[in-house]
Design a protein around this ligand. Structure first.
Ligand code: CP
Length: 321
């Protein structure tokens, strides 16, 4: 039984296979040779809001032949405290696959273990694997192989999206720079889990810079509070919201600390000429990105949004193939 629960547990070969199949899904949209989910019903169980993930999965599953059932976690007994493992064992006897968006990564993993049906992590507090596979596809579609390139993540470096980027950098062999203030940087234990070695820290006038590498793939991580240094020469500038879902009570404090960690025109000038700018959306203009930069790069950003559909169809086909 295959699941897509994290990039941590997805092999490089499987990642590359999904990325390659995404191109086929995109080219063949509307005239797929087979409908591998014909006769199946899949459940989307969402405990958090969603526009892109929900719509792209509903459309993608239907295009692959499945019927789809959207279950807001608040509207089923899960929202009243029914254990995950009981919900999973019920759904596992009725539906053929599940897409789960929730808070704890452990909950998605428990669901997959008990439901015994293909299960996809549609975002947890710890990972957003479908998003980052899509982002890499979008980068490669426009700029070629990501291997050896420089990706700079700007903003809250301690949340799910940069964590999935860390696992991707380790496996696909690119340099990931995370520009974030102290308190919003990924834990060193995450780098170790991803397989990075030769961790070392050096002091600079802008604070401590942490670097780590993986010799086998060429992956590299740089974590710094120095936004300008992190953006210099980057092939991709990437950001996400400062206040992730579930962190609303911390909004004012987060905005205060993260102010300045913004992708704007002066930051883009430091990157490679022609560098891409991406945002996984929704975007809060004036916070993690300014309006002029968002609009200047909106074609790439909405290609990225559209590519959720194609990437997730490739993930589903890989799961059931
Ligand atoms: N990027 C993303 O996951 O968007 P939604 O929250 O709208 O699904």
């Amino acid at each position: 039984m295959k699941h897509l629960l994290s990039l941590e547990n997805l092999s490089r070969a499987d990642m590359e296979s999904i990325l390659s199949a995404t191109l086929t899904m995109k080219r063949e949209r509307g005239h797929h040779a087979t409908r591998p989910l014909a006769g199946q019903t899949w459940a989307l169980i969402f405990a958090k809001s969603s526009t892109r993930t929900r719509v792209s999965f509903e459309v993608g599953l239907r295009e692959l032949g499945a019927d789809v059932m959207f279950l807001s976690a608040a509207d089923i007994q899960l929202g009243r405290g029914e254990p995950i493992k009981d919900t999973a064992r019920v759904l596992g006897r009725m539906v053929h696959g599940a897409v789960f968006r929730t808070f704890a990564q452990a909950d998605v993993e428990e669901f997959a273990r008990y439901a015994n049906i293909p299960t996809i992590n549609a975002l947890t507090d710890e990972e957003h694997p479908c998003q980052i596979l899509t982002d890499i596809f979008t980068f490669q579609e426009q700029r070629g192989p990501i291997h050896g390139k420089v990706v700079t993540f700007v903003g809250d470096g301690a949340c799910n999206v940069p964590a999935s980027w860390v696992f991707a950098a380790a496996k696909l062999g690119f340099e990931l720079r995370i520009a974030a203030p102290r308190g919003f940087q990924p834990a060193l234990s995450l780098l170790e889990r991803a397989g990075f070695t030769h961790l070392h820290a050096r002091s600079t006038p802008a604070g401590e810079v942490i670097q780590a590498t993986i010799a086998a793939t060429g992956g590299k991580i740089v974590i710094t509070a120095d936004l300008q240094a992190a953006a210099a020469g980057a092939d991709l500038l990437y950001t996400d919201v400062w206040v992730s879902m579930g962190k609303e009570a911390e909004a004012a404090a987060r905005i205060q600390v993260l102010t300045g960690y913004q992708i704007n025109e002066s930051l883009v000038k430091l990157a490679q000429p022609g560098a891409l700018v991406m945002h996984c959306l929704p975007a809060y203009r004036g916070k993690e990105i300014d309006d002029a930069t968002f609009e200047a790069h909106s074609r790439t950003i909405f290609d990225e949004a559209e590519n959720r559909l194609h990437t997730q169809k490739a993930i589903i086909a890989w799961l059931v193939g």
